[in-house]
Design a binder for this molecule. Structure first.
Ligand code: AMP
Ligand code: MG
Length: 325
């Protein structure tokens, strides 16, 4: 039985928040909205609860969870020592879509950190997430609320379709505003391990030059896995308009074809022009994957310029794609 808790995202009802927090304190698994994507939460200190999250997602046990906090006062319990750079990033982006990799204390179970000596920490900005975290008072480990490898969930309906009957509760707080996961940063090496909701430029304004780590050297265990992919085949186009329409015309002779685009419009069985800015594109891409996988065999996606949030968008699209043109 999965309890659905529908809350008002701009003014979360106290009794409902209390219910979600109570379940989390009891070692239950509760999905909740954040400004990036929905998370599948549990008590970060409770190994059995953490096990349940890995199992529900089908997530490899070496891929650690992000620990979510409701107050900066929880930091000293979770991490040993905070560097100057980390302090600056915390001041600038907590709460927000930034995850910091820091040395963990002995209290954080290895189940949560995927066997690593480091732990990933984020303080979300979403009102519902904040209210639940504050009320629960414990750090909440929460990976994205999708079956491992599937597109992340940006609405409660997505979570319901992946987890109904398999988790204890789902808090419905509407759509996630950003629609892509947090930026994962290792400040000790000035590296972005996963591009996300906060851009490289924004981080560099605070701590100076950072590098986006490449696939072969990436220390983030999650980045080696195929990810974010709908059940329909995804073909990503990095070039210009003409190739997409040519592919669509040819494939439509034998298959149902969907197109997701930002700069141009296309003819296809299901064509979605998704927003007029990179931010709108980011917000809708996972939802469109989930919508179109029900309707088509192949999804053609128009790539974007790799600047600002475009870097995170292309990171997700490359991982979801089985072919890049
Ligand atoms: P998700 O929970 O699905 O948003 O994924 C969390 C991401 O953070 C994955 O790519 C993890 O590999 C990464 N991550 C979590 N903890 C660590 C850590 N201690 N060191 C490096 N990467 C981490
Ligand atoms: Mg994920």
């Amino acid at each position: 039985m999965t309890e659905i808790i529908k809350v008002n995202p701009s003014m979360p009802e106290k009794a409902k928040i209390r219910r979600a927090a109570q379940l989390l304190s009891q070692g239950k698994v509760v999905a909740f909205p954040t400004e990036t994507v929905y998370g599948l939460g549990c008590n970060a200190f409770d190994e059995d609860a953490v096990e349940k999250v890995f199992k529900a997602k089908g997530r490899p046990s070496d891929n650690p969870l992000i620990v979510h906090i409701g107050s900066k006062r929880q930091l000293p319990i979770l991490v040993s020592g905070i560097s100057e750079k980390e302090k600056k990033l915390i001041d600038a982006f907590f709460p927000g879509p930034l995850t910091l990799i820091m040395n963990k204390t002995g209290i954080v179970p290895y189940a949560t950190s995927g066997g690593l000596e480091t732990v990933a920490i984020r303080m979300p900005k979403h009102k519902v997430a904040q209210a639940i975290l504050k009320e629960a008072g414990i750090p909440i480990a929460a990976p994205s609320a999708n079956i491992s490898g599937r597109p992340s969930s940006t609405t409660a309906e997505h979570v319901i379709s992946d987890f109904m009957g398999r988790v204890d509760a789902i808090v419905d707080g509407g759509k996630s505003r950003i629609g892509l996961e947090s930026t994962v940063v290792d400040a000790s090496t000035s590296e972005i391990l996963r591009p996300g909701g906060i851009t490289k430029e924004e981080i560099e304004k605070v701590i100076g030059r950072v590098e986006i780590s490449t696939a072969s050297t990436n220390k983030s265990p999650g980045m080696k896995y195929r990810h974010y992919a709908p059940s329909a085949k995804v073909i990503l186009f990095t070039g210009r308009k003409k190739a997409i329409q040519e592919y669509a015309d040819r494939l439509m002779k034998s298959k149902k074809v969907g197109v997701i685009s930002i700069y141009h419009s296309f003819r296809a069985d299901e064509a979605r022009h998704a927003g007029n800015s990179l931010h709108e594109y980011a917000r809708s891409i996972f939802a469109l994957f989930r919508e179109l996988e029900e309707k088509v065999d192949v999804i053609l996606v128009e790539g974007v310029e790799e600047k600002g949030i475009g870097i995170a968008i292309m990171n997700r699209l490359r991982k979801a794609a089985s072919e890049i043109v």
